[in-house]
Design a protein around this ligand. Sequence first.
Ligand SMILES: Cc1ncc(COP(=O)(O)O)c(C=O)c1O
Length: 441
Amino acid sequence: MPSPDVDQFAALIRDRLRHGNGPLSRRLAAALTDLARTGALSPGTRLPSERDLARVLECSRGAVAAAFNALFEDGICERKHGSGTYLAASGAASAMDRLLSPGAVFADLSTSVVPDPAHLQLPKLDPAALLHTPSRHGYDRLGEPGLLELLGDVLITSGGQQGIDLSTRCLARPGEAVLVEEPTYPGALAAISSCGARPVAVPTDQRGMLPEALGEALTRHRPAFAYVQAVRNPTGAVSDAERVRELAEIARAADLPVVADHTLAEVVHEGAPPGRFADTHPHGTIEVHSLSKALWGGLRVGWLVAPEPLRAQLTELKQTGDLATSTVSQRLAAELLRHNDFATWRGELARRRDHLATALRQALPEWTWTRPAGGLSLWVRLPGTDADAFAELARENGVAVAPGSMFSADRRHRDHLRLSFALPPELLDQAVPALALAWAG
Ligand SMILES: Cc1ncc(COP(=O)(O)O)c(C=O)c1O
């Protein structure tokens, strides 16, 4: 990926500078470290010169030089003689990297995913059947015809994450704002930042973004689009139909495209299903779907529902990236869809949610959360605690947890953790005492 130019850098940094305390050089170093650690800037990114950065940030060159020196000392940046300053490989660990690297833990509660495919009913299949598709070459533009027959008029993607990434690249330009719920899914924050756009948090309650806050953010930031979720990761809250209609009317009136993530939309444990932006704002909504929660993430199969001309643009972008999603995966997904009934797996997930909640209530009575009506995780508040530091302690005790700041465009929620309850109950039973030990220590 080409390095952002100095104006794009400034756009990424400005908001972060406003939030910190202390001298500008320290805030600037913290902002650049944050961009590296969250994956918004990738290893090898060339930083602007001290003089250019000082000019666009309207500060002294000395302040930028002091910030860069701090970054060299911390190993975040390295100088290449005669060619400038670059983000070092060791300085950048993307949020998704951190989530998906298991390390030496016995229970990984940090990833809100289906832990393994053990719950699936497997059809008896001749491998040759997975290789047979009408096009014969297997590069079907919109998707494998057999799977499209089940899913309808959609564009198949390599999971929901590719759907978010394609939608972002289709709708946003570097430096533009993208409205997100607060808190939100870190994979979306990473996709937005990696295309040089700027996630802007909109205050959100259990039902979804606050309508008046959406109106204000529209005027203030002139965003490229809004990213919203049907069932929200990390809170497990379900965006209700009435609120969604109200927000969709605001978006439609402002001609604001909406990327509505339905990856978790099927995972509703109680209450009504989520609302759909596409019902009210059909010409401006891209819906992101996935089979990762109903079946298994390892399939890497998802799909987009989008109006024209957006769908044609998304299809072209998808072809540029990977030509097509694996035909073998799509054919297997179609067979699994025919043989599996999601209600049984959903019931099991609800049991695991209650199991973890009961165990936590007994072992860690100070921790609090709102019972999630959907999703795969508990969004837990740890009173008066730095959850980033606690996550390190938990890892030392063999349990991976996701600290709340990962789910915020502004690195807020530092007293929250996301705990996945999708693991088998026996493992949850071992994880909770280890968490209690870390809490006591
Ligand atoms: C809200 C949300 N969107 C998208 C994704 C990515 O889904 P996939 O595994 O299908 O790429 C996830 C995965 O956890 C998610 O929670």
